[in-house]
Design a protein around this ligand. Sequence first.
Ligand code: NAD
Length: 484
Amino acid sequence: MDEEVTQTLRNYVGGSFVEHGGTEWMDVFEPATGVRFARLPLSGSHDVDAAVEAARAAQPGWGSLSMGDRAGWLDKIADSLESSFDEIAELESRDTGKPISLARAVDANRSVANFRFFAGLIREQEQETFEMDDATNYVVNRPVGVGALITPWNLPLYLLSWKVAPAIGMGNTVVCKPSELTPMTADLLMRVIDGVGLPAGVVNLVHGDGSGAGSPLVAHPGIDLVSFTGGTATGEKVAASAAPAFKKLSLELGGKNSSIVFADCDMEKTVAGVVRSGFLNQGQVCLCGSRVLVEESVYSEFEGAFVEAVEQMRIGDPADDSTDLGALISKEHLQKVQSYIDLAIEEGGTILTGGTPCLPSGFEGGNWMAPTVIAGLAPESRCSTEEIFGPVVTLHSFKSEEEAVEIANGTRYGLAGSVWTTDMGKGKRVSEAMETGMVWVNTWLHRDLRVPFGGVKDSGVGREGGRWSLGFFSEAMNVCLKHD
Ligand code: NAD
């Protein structure tokens, strides 16, 4: 093993950290430096079988606990995670290349909040009843069974905890398959779960890649539901594998989201908000507004102020508190982002800023791309309609509300969007005309955990969040009692 590989991860099955059955391993790299610092087992079908078996064995006992008891376990996990707050932020920043300030404010914070929020929501649940003249109906929310929870690399623990908390809260047991690129905080969650003494088999985890571990997990006959967050192309495979067995399926997939800027916006706040929406986490958030549509009369003013603000962002050491932008997740991803910038030039675009890798001093081995702003592309160009998932924003102008909506809806995706205007009537009208699951007006990524989250078109199927998560992770059974 290389000297710098300091940690060897293991699967977590039936309440124990276990060796995988095979002999293959995968290295984990720091995106900022390119240094290998850990390795994970490349699990296969046998490991998946063992994890599903452990989850199936634990499900009846766990499912028979009261909602209150299970909420108590979620609170214990939240408390323990909170005591590891700094470790979560540091691991997440190291594993993903994101700035430590972001890892604290978003990743560590939300991972704790997810467990706490679902504990509270589950406690608040009341039994629904429907009275008839001669009968009473009541609804029992039963566990679905064993869930496969599959997550991507951009918000590793944030998204995993978003699934684990409601899934086990509603009485399911689960097998997690985190991204092979960012396994560190999933391992931390298993250590927390182990430490609080959650009954064995309720939460299991197999490390590995999509074909070796993810695919057999989704296809496993012992899996009853699949909650998948990741790319649209992978989502297609997951759906095709889960559908013949009628597994309950939630797909949170890719996006190409528009920020629509009207001439009557508050320009200063809008520029700041649209920069944040374009570049947070190096543009690697599914909700990022990577196509910015600006009303023609203020286009020049906006373009100047936007480029100036982008150029002021500080790129560098993710561990430095003052850093705004860190590294991209992998060499392959950097190449993909670069290839879209090259394509933009072929498609007739003009690079207003960025466009090339930038290697902060001391980080020459990492995956760094300067924040990039491109103008002059047709709204239907590939660069303006395909998901790049990096620090690349395209600017477009529009003449009317109708044209703005038409451009915004002109992609295969429909995840999120934002509208910037001081006219709330227009803000609501335009929002409601957009083919997306979520729209923010004069803000972006302003999250209330109670609201529905998910996309339309090729951005996904189903909704999670608040009571939508509780609905997805349970089966509503109606019991009708005929009166005498
Ligand atoms: P990905 O689809 O490559 O991988 C996601 C997960 O699926 C990983 O754990 C991977 O190992 C696993 N996987 C790969 N092939 C599989 C298969 N055949 N069967 C089962 N599992 C398989 O996505 P990524 O590159 O990790 O993440 C980036 C993508 O995720 C972007 O498209 C982004 O928009 C999307 N995303 C969406 C949301 C959302 O809420 N809609 C949130 C975050 C990220």
